[in-house]
Each structure stands twice: as structure tokens, then as C-alpha cells.
Design a protein around this ligand. Structure first.
Ligand code: COA
Length: 258
């Protein structure tokens, strides 16, 4: 079904590995199509409570779009490529279950953009982040000019986007680009630990938090209004009644996802 993605499910978590190690997991067209299919069609059907995205091998998460495909690009194909990337990365950002990027090395260009579209980022100590597109005479095309500002603010985003400089994991942590930095061998464990914690929470509430947080950055929606509607929705769920009752009865809640 997939040529460039390895999928496995563990304890209700879908672990997706981008598997092009020899090209440092660069996102060629085929891989982008597979990610689109995964997040738009396949993953929504699965009974999972979260997704971890990582790259094959110890060196790279994703070293960018596949530069070997660049020389055939023209304005029309470039627009198609960027639009497909935006659709795919929005599908990740709007995925109703938490998606964590386990960044196991270089996250450059499209790799940094992919990590930024995920809900959280855990980095290994050897991780490096950057948007080096200007070095190739192009700009980020998978949302990087927008999401980098969302994560680290305009001034620092402008510096990284204009210089193409890479930053190491400690600086990414300090800037708020990543949630945690851990030794490479602990990367998946840390992501799994966070997802396991979330799995014990009310599933509808989890989905509505993702929706409301995303709305902050949506210019066609006023985030506070989205939050009111989402909050109202959760108060009508049986999970909410169960959660509140369990607290009052001093027991653990048994959520049904309804
Ligand atoms: N697209 C296609 N192939 C890529 C790639 C990319 N974005 N990034 C790395 N590769 C390939 C290299 O061409 C090389 O292939 P080869 O073994 O057939 O020659 C292989 O992956 C290993 O990369 P290499 O450059 O030899 O490793 P390195 O350790 O010297 O450098 C990087 C690692 C990440 C610094 C370097 O590969 C790099 O700068 N990559 C491009 C990053 C980039 O500009 N991304 C944004 C694209 S818009």
C-alpha cells in the first residue's frame, strides 16, 4: 500500500516512519502522495489515539523536499506541488488525534515544515532544524513561512528563513520550536509517554482542544468563538458527565469517546 512509509500500531498509537534513509528521507512526490493518503483517508479510519511521525535511520527526520525532482519544476508544477503540500500538512495539523513528530536528526526545509505541522515535536540531541530554501533560490512551499512565525515569532523566523541557518536541538528548545530534547534512544518512548497520558483523557475533549488551538491561527475563524462552540459541544457529551462524576466520586473516569 505504501512504498516510502512504514506503518505499525503499538498500544493504539500509529507509528509512521518515512523510509528513504539513503536520501535522508527527502520528501519526493511519491512520499508526499502517500502522506496525503495516510492522513486524509487511512489514519482517520483507524481506531488509534495518536500518531508518531519519524524518519528512518539515525541521521535525518526529513532533509527536505527531494531536490533531485526540482529541475523539472516550472511555475505551474511549483504551484501544484505547494498546494498538495499545504493540503497534506493541513490534514496533519487538523488531524483529530494528537500527532507528534519524533525528530531524529535533520529536519530541514519540508522536514522542518512537516515537523511544524504536527501538534508537538520531540527532538533527539543530534536534531538540526532549518529552512535552507533561499540557498536554492526558492522559498519554503509547505507552510514554513507561516508556521515558523507561529512557533518562534516573527524576528527569529525572519532570520532563519532569510539566512537559511540551521539551529541545533538546544536552541530549538529554547525558541519553543520543540517540546523536549532527549537522547536518540529515548525519542519514541518520550512521544509514547505523552500520547499515553493524553489517551487517558476525554477523547472528544482532546479533539476539541486541537480544533480550538488551531483556530487561533485561522484567519477565517475567530479562535475565541471556536472555543465557545467547542466547549459547548464537550459539555453535551457523556464523557463530560463521566469525567465530572468520576472526579466527584474520587475514582478514575471510564471515557467512551461519546
Ligand atoms: N533531496 C534529495 N536528496 C537529498 C536531500 C534532499 N533534500 N538531502 C540529502 N539528500 C541526499 C544526498 O544527495 C546524498 O545522496 P547521495 O548519497 O546519493 O549522494 C544523501 O542524501 C546523503 O546526503 P549528504 O549531503 O551526503 O549528507 P551530509 O551529511 O554531507 O549532509 C545535509 C547532510 C542534510 C546537510 C545535506 O544533505 C543537505 O544540505 N541536504 C539538503 C537540505 C536542503 O536544502 N533541504 C531543503 C530542500 S528545499
Amino acid at each position: 500500500m505504501y512504498n516510502n512509509l512504514l506503518l505499525r500500531e503499538e498500544n493504539g498509537i500509529l507509528i509512521v516512519t518515512i523510509n528513504r534513509e539513503k536520501a535522508l528521507n527527502a520528501l519526493n512526490t511519491q512520499t508526499m502522495l502517500e502522506l496525503k493518503q495516510l492522513f486524509e483517508e487511512d489514519a482517520p479510519q483507524r481506531a488509534i489515539h495518536g500518531v508518531i511521525l519519524t524518519g528512518a535511520g539515525p541521521k535525518a527526520f526529513v532533509a527536505g523536499a527531494d531536490i533531485s525532482e526540482f529541475l523539472t519544476l516550472d511555475v505551474e508544477k511549483g504551484r501544484e506541488m505547494a498546494q498538495r503540500g499545504h493540503d497534506t500538512f493541513f490534514a496533519i495539523e487538523r488531524f483529530p488525534k494528537p500527532v507528534i513528530a519524533a525528530v531524529n536528526g535533520f529536519a530541514l526545509g519540508g522536514g522542518c515544515e512537516l515537523a511544524m505541522a504536527c501538534h508537538m515535536r520531540i527532538a533527539s540531541e543530534n536534531a538540526r532544524f532549518g529552512q535552507p530554501e533561499v540557498s536554492l533560490g526558492i522559498i519554503p512551499g509547505y507552510g514554513g513561512t507561516q508556521r515558523l512565525i507561529q512557533h518562534i515569532g516573527k524576528g527569529k523566523a525572519m532570520e532563519l528563513l532569510l539566512t537559511g541557518d540551521m539551529i541545533a536541538a538546544p536552541e530549538a528548545l529554547q525558541l519553543g520550536l520543540v517540546n523536549h530534547v532527549v537522547p536518540q534512544e529515548s525519542l519514541l518512548d518520550k512521544a509514547q509517554e505523552i500520547l499515553a497520558k493524553i489517551a487517558a483523557k476525554g477523547p472528544v475533549a482532546v479533539t476539541k482542544v486541537i480544533e480550538s488551538v488551531n483556530a487561533y491561527f485561522q484567519f477565517d475563524a475567530f479562535g475565541f468563538d471556536t472555543e465557545v462552540t467547542a466547549f459547548a459541544h464537550t459539555t453535551g457529551t457523556s464523557d463530560f458527565k463521566e469525567g465530572a462524576s468520576a472526579f466527584l466520586e474520587k475514582r478514575s473516569p471510564a471515557f467512551q469517546g461519546k
